[in-house]
Design a protein around this ligand. Structure first.
Ligand code: SF4
Length: 205
C-alpha cells in the first residue's frame, strides 16, 4: 500500500516570544514577515491550503518561527483553538511546532497534548557548551536533554534541529552533536548550515 501524501500548512510566528537574540538569527528579515499572524489570518492560511489539498492527504498545521511555547499560555491556546475545529471535523490531522528547549515543562506539554500536537521540534543547534555560549543561545545542553526526555515521556515525536559551523564549532563537535541527537531519541533532525544573515550580531562580527 502506498504511503499517504503529507502536507504541512506553515504558520510563521517570527521571533515572537524569543527571550534571546541568537547571534545568527533575524526571523523577521528572513521570513519577510514582521508580525505574528492574527487568528483570522491563521484561519485564512488554513483555508487557502485546504482549498488545493488533494483528497486523502495527511495534513498538519506547523507553527514555525519563534518560540511557540514562550508565548503567553492564552495566546498559545488561542492559536491552537483556531486549529481545533479543523481537527474535530477531520480536515486536519495534527499540529507540529518549533520551540526552544528551555520553554518546555509539564504544564505546557499537557496543553499541547490536549490540542492534538503530535510533533515538537526543539532548536538544539549544538550540544557543545562552548558553541552554545558563543552563539548566545541562552540555554544549556542539559536543557536540551531534559526537554527531550520530557517530550518523549509524553509520547510526542521529538525533532532536534542542529546547526553546523557556528562560532567555536568543529567537525568533531558537529558529529558528536549528531550522535547525541540520535541517542536522545529524535525521530527527525533538520540540519542547517550557519548562514551569515544581514542585520544579525553574527554579521556584525
Ligand atoms: S530562539 Fe530561535 S527564533 Fe529565537 S532568536 Fe534564537 S534562533 Fe531565532
Amino acid at each position: 500500500m502506498l504511503n499517504k501524501r503529507h502536507c504541512n500548512i506553515p504558520i510563521f510566528i517570527p521571533q515572537k516570544a524569543c527571550p534571546h537574540q541568537c547571534i545568527y538569527c533575524n526571523q523577521r528579515y528572513i521570513s519577510g514577515q514582521q508580525t505574528a499572524p492574527t487568528l483570522s489570518e491563521v484561519q485564512q492560511t488554513i483555508e487557502r491550503y485546504l482549498s488545493t489539498a488533494e483528497k486523502d492527504t495527511d495534513i498538519q498545521v506547523a507553527f514555525f518561527g519563534g518560540t511557540f511555547t514562550g508565548l503567553d499560555i492564552e495566546e498559545q491556546k488561542n492559536y491552537l483553538e483556531t486549529v481545533k475545529p479543523y481537527i474535530t471535523s477531520g480536515r486536519i490531522q495534527s499540529v507540529r511546532l518549533s520551540t526552544r528547549p528551555d520553554y518546555i515543562n509539564t504544564e505546557i506539554l499537557d496543553i499541547l497534548k490536549h490540542y492534538n500536537v503530535t510533533d515538537i521540534e526543539l532548536g538544539a543547534q549544538s550540544l557543545d557548551k562552548e558553541v552554545l555560549r558563543f552563539s548566545e543561545r541562552g540555554h544549556t545542553a542539559q536543557d536540551v536533554e531534559h526537554a527531550s526526555q520530557l517530550i518523549r515521556s509524553y509520547g510526542f515525536n521529538l525533532g532536534l534541529q542542529m546547526m553546523i559551523g557556528l562560532p567555536k564549532d568543529t567537525p568533531e563537535k558537529s558529529i558528536s552533536t549528531a550522535e547525541k541527537i540520535v541517542s536522545l531519541g529524535a525521530v527527525s533532525s533538520r540540519i542547517y548550515p550557519t548562514l551569515v544573515i544581514d542585520r544579525t550580531p553574527l554579521s556584525a562580527m
